[in-house]
Design a protein around this ligand. Structure first.
Ligand code: 5GP
Length: 120
């Protein structure tokens, strides 16, 4: 794909491709993954199309922090705030397939139940 082509996620952000949108603000969007790897599988995506985490610069610190905060918020709203995982695949050899930075928010409602029972 040439550099000036919009990424898949930019096309979703621009409503050119449909997606199940969970949350959005002026800096990012959160969608449900089309092929979930867990009962809860959301993608937190900056509007700014940074290709990979390693391509972020010092000037991207604020958006990187915002993505982390949003991940926690959507996990809380999804009811999985006691047990969820964040994954960033950086590079094709690490499994990255869409070269527009995104955080995977992964959780199992069952994990949450086990965690809660373990605290009793
Ligand atoms: P990566 O492998 O790059 O870390 O993650 C890309 C993710 O995007 C995958 O989990 C994949 O299922 C998801 N994905 C790919 N195409 C679409 C799409 O058109 N819509 C949605 N909602 N998710 C997608």
């Amino acid at each position: 794909m040439s550099d000036n082509m919009p990424t898949l996620f930019t096309r979703i952000i621009n409503r050119e491709i449909p997606a199940d949108i969970v949350y959005e603000d002026d800096q990012c969007i959160v969608i449900n993954d089309i092929a979930p790897q867990a009962p809860v599988h959301m993608l937190v995506i900056p509007r700014q199309p940074i290709p990979r985490l390693v391509d972020a610069t010092l000037s991207d610190q604020a958006i990187l922090g915002h993505l982390m905060w949003v991940a926690g918020e959507v996990a809380r709203v999804a009811g999985v705030d006691e047990a969820f995982r964040l994954v960033v695949n950086n590079g094709a050899n690490a499994g990255q397939t869409v070269f527009h930075l995104h955080l995977h928010v992964l959780a199992s409602k069952d994990d949450r139940q086990q965690f809660t029972e373990a605290q009793l």
